[in-house]
Design a protein around this ligand. Structure first.
Ligand SMILES: C[S@@+](CC[C@H](N)C(=O)[O-])C[C@H]1O[C@@H](n2cnc3c(N)ncnc32)[C@H](O)[C@@H]1O
Length: 328
């Protein structure tokens, strides 16, 4: 374990190792058990989250025996399909990659395959038992490997740490998907690629026999791809349905802030103005008679409605303020 890689998931401060604990300056303590740091805030887990951890801890022993079932039902080759998912990250050998909800590492092995000795793969899961299976699979991996127990809602990493992030199969059970997506973007560098996916039956298949059988057998297929929950930094967003259109994959690039835009470009034509003046410059409405007069006056002036209105309102406002001496 490399303690310098981690940050306190509560306050994002750096951590020092004190015996079998990572501790931040504010005194938040995170145990290290059997070489795995554990960042799950036990005291704030609700009953549902405890049950989820128990469920996955208990599933760990058999997970790898049954995991390909979801792919076989859809007549897909799991290994080939998962490799295609990972290809969307377009990894470079020295990339630093985070996988969230890594489970027993069925995608982690493909991610590790794309990295070289200068690369880093951090794999995180809520379930220690799942992660221990993953550790076995990554024992001979080429890149440096860091494994930690943690929650997608509060990642134990500094802003801008990773070049790529992958999470498949966990989102539908995350308690706060919007928060998890915000955290994913926070820990990624600008330009990083993020790939997320989980069960979601293509809406066009809901009334088919194929769809009805899947929906009858698992409510998870009713989930919709969380496009509306993506942070504003998401760029070049692509959505596809995969594995017989029973799962969605969203991949996107991390940008900075909202998309760049020039809202001050003058719009040609009688109405005139810019997108900014049209949005920010709205006034209370006028009567239909005043509107008709304003249109005539605007036409006579030869100006766009925006410029005519701007001049008229400004002149009237300045005059009103001058009259009572408050214009300065
Ligand atoms: C269905 S398994 C998928 C595992 C793996 N990604 C795969 O495709 O085989 C879901 C995984 O999500 C993990 N998980 C569930 N909620 C989580 C959370 N809030 N934060 C991190 N991992 C979580 C579970 O422990 C479990 O290992």
């Amino acid at each position: 374990m490399n303690p310098s890689l981690y940050r306190c998931p509560v306050c994002h401060a750096s951590l020092a190792q004190d015996a079998q604990t990572l501790v931040c300056a504010q005194g938040h303590r995170h145990p290290v058990v059997d070489g795995l740091p554990d960042f799950v805030p036990q005291e704030s887990l609700n009953e549902e989250q405890r049950q989820s951890i128990d469920y996955y801890d208990q599933s760990a022993a058999i997970y790898d025996d049954v995991a390909d079932l979801s792919f076989r039902i859809q007549k897909q080759d799991e290994a080939v399909t998962r490799r295609e998912f990972v290809k969307l990250l377009a990894l470079q050998p020295d990339d630093r990659v985070l996988e969230i909800a890594t489970g027993t590492g069925r995608d982690a092995v493909n991610i590790a395959e794309q990295l070289g000795a200068d690369g880093l793969l951090c794999a995180m899961d809520l379930s220690r038992a799942m992660l221990l299976r993953c550790r076995e699979k990554l024992a001979d991996a080429k890149p440096a490997v860091e494994l930690c127990v943690g929650s997608a809602s509060s990642l134990p990493f500094a802003d801008g740490t990773f070049d790529a992030l992958f999470s498949f199969g966990g989102l539908n059970v995350f308690p706060d998907v919007a928060g998890a997506l915000r955290e994913m973007v926070r820990v990624c560098k600008p330009g990083a690629r993020i790939v997320v996916g989980d069960e979601s039956l293509g809406p066009w298949l809901h009334e088919s026999e194929y769809g009805r059988i899947l929906l009858h057998n698992s409510p998870l297929f009713r989930h919709q791809p969380p496009l509306h929950l993506l942070p504003v930094q998401a760029r070049k967003v692509r959505l596809q349905w995969v594995v017989g259109a029973a799962y969605y994959l969203i991949d996107f690039e991390v940008g900075e802030g909202e998309p760049p835009a020039d809202f001050d470009i003058e719009i040609p034509g009688a109405r005139g103005g810019t997108l900014r003046t049209r949005y920010h410059g709205r006034l209370e409405g006028v009567s239909p008679e005043t509107l008709a007069l304003a249109r005539k006056a605007r036409e006579k002036s030869g100006q766009s409605m925006h410029h005519w209105l701007d001049d008229v309102v400004r002149a009237a406002a300045l005059k009103a303020l001058e009259d009572d001496g408050s214009s300065s």
